[in-house]
Design a protein around this ligand. Structure first.
Ligand code: ZN
Length: 456
């Protein structure tokens, strides 16, 4: 039976209702990085609890900030899936660059604008909408479900790690499904099969006990900002290679088949320039998709110290700081990379300053998922049916650190990353948005996917 027209009719008839609920969800300023917003995390968790209970789930809030855990087990003899997602968001700053306030969702004919619209509230809500379709149409879901929605994904999932330890044994499932990733481009669907790992630290360089006159003392004490620049510059070469010893020893070459598939995608310099407003750069000898998918990198995210106010001030400052991170690929060990980073920084520091490296994130190894599981196949068919084009399996450069822990805690079941964001969504940036066509077709794809999972 061809049910696509019925499903599309249902979605068309429910657009107002779905957007109304999504707007409510997006209004919670769920910024996990800032403690003063933890009340909003609690409120959003309560709101999600209400939504899930309305769909027939039994729900508990676990940990602090709460992990929303929902359970639906009314489909005997059907597979059990676990949906993982997050309801926390990145800080919205710089606020002045937002065309409308980040937590006052704005709808245009094209998209919904708000912090979290694409990452990850819009994508999480697409699942709730898909489940509503089944409840309204058939009175039940085609599968059993555990729902795990955390409020700390953007800051290291500390609370979820604790909850996992205690509750993962109760969350037996056949596969995990996650919608927190993006297509390669609009009309070029992709399913994410790899994510990079992460190591994140803050580097501090301390020098004199107080800011010094740079004439009186310039030439006899080390300048911490200068020392910081020396260390940072030593970390990476002009060829884009990271200079930590043995950094690439564990990195494996990409499989030929995968390379061939990637060549179908127009991932050229013009594509990245259009997305970023900057010319293509990076490690020599690799294509852009390889640089993002299978090569590790190092980045500096912020750097401060000394006098940055108006006019001139002649000082040697007391200290200088930088935030930096490395994205890791499969077989690189975050603990080992961290240790090498620490050793390297101390070795490169000029005499006369004290350097410290403080860890700011739990960190995580890279993640890979196979394309030969039946769950991946169902997801690929569902995306093909809703978007009219077969998805290419692609490795993304970002990280969802907790996936590795989930994978392990749940006994190594397949994880399917079926995300509907677009690289133009401005996630983690001002004016984040979720394209409405991606939302509607995403819901359609999820309905097909759950139908398909129910038949496995
Ligand atoms: Zn996310």
């Amino acid at each position: 039976m061809e049910d696509s027209p019925l499903i599309r009719d249902w979605i068309n008839g429910h657009k107002g209702e779905i957007l109304g609920a999504l707007v409510e969800f997006l209004r919670f300023p769920t910024i996990s990085a800032q403690h003063k917003y933890w009340g909003a995390l609690e409120e959003a968790a309560q709101w999600l609890k209400g939504q899930l209970e309305g769909l027939g789930f039994s729900v508990r809030l676990l940990g602090e900030p709460p992990v929303v855990y929902g359970y639906y087990a009314k489909a005997p003899n059907k597979p059990t899936l676990l949906l993982y997602g997050h309801y926390d968001v990145q800080p919205p700053e710089p606020l002045e660059l937002w065309e409308s306030p980040p937590f006052a969702p704005r709808l245009t004919t094209e998209a919904i604008y708000a912090r979290g619209a694409s990452d990850d509230k819009g994508q999480v809500y697409a699942h709730l909408a898909a489940w509503r379709y089944f409840i309204e149409t058939y009175g039940e879901l085609p599968v059993n479900l555990h729902v795990v929605l955390e409020g700390q994904e953007e800051t290291g999932s500390e609370s979820l790690y604790v909850v996992l330890e205690k509750h993962a044994p109760e969350w037996r499932c056949d596969a995990v499904i996650v919608s927190d990733t993006a297509f390669f481009a609009e009309n070029i669907p992709t399913l994410t099969v790899g994510l990079r790992g992460l190591v994140y630290g803050e580097l501090s360089v301390e020098g004199p006990a107080r800011d010094l006159h740079s004439g009186t003392f310039g030439g006899v004490v080390e300048n911490p900002i200068w020392a910081l620049c020396v260390i940072l510059a030593a970390l990476k070469g002009p060829d884009g290679r990271v200079h930590l010893p043995d950094f690439y020893a564990a990195v494996r070459p990409v499989a030929k088949d995968e390379r061939r598939l990637w060549r179908q995608l127009p991932a050229n310099a013009a594509h990245y320039e259009a997305l970023t407003g900057a010319p293509l750069s990076g490690e020599v000898g690799f294509t852009p998709l390889e640089r993002i998918g299978i090569r590790p990198t190092i980045e500096i995210h912020g750097i401060w110290g000394g006098y940055t106010g108006e006019g001139s001030k002649t000082i040697i400052p007391t200290s200088a700081h930088a935030k930096l991170s490395l994205r890791l690929v499969p077989h690189q060990d975050p603990a080992e990379v961290w240790q090498r980073l620490e050793e390297f920084i101390h070795r490169m520091a000029p005499p006369g300053v004290k350097v410290t490296l403080r860890r700011l994130h739990t960190g995580a190894p890279a993640f890979e998922t196979p394309t030969d599981s039946p769950y991946y196949q169902v997801a690929a068919e569902a995306v093909a049916k809703a978007f009219g084009r077969w998805p290419v399996p692609l490795r993304e450069g970002g990280s969802i650190p907790v996936l590795t822990a989930l994978h392990k805690a749940l006994g190594g079941v397949p994880i399917v990353l079926i995300g509907f964001g677009l690289p133009t969504d401005a996630v983690h940036s001002p004016n984040e948005h979720f394209k409405l066509t991606q939302l509607w077709q995403g819901i359609e794809a999820l309905i097909y996917a759950y139908q398909g999972f129910g038949k496995l």
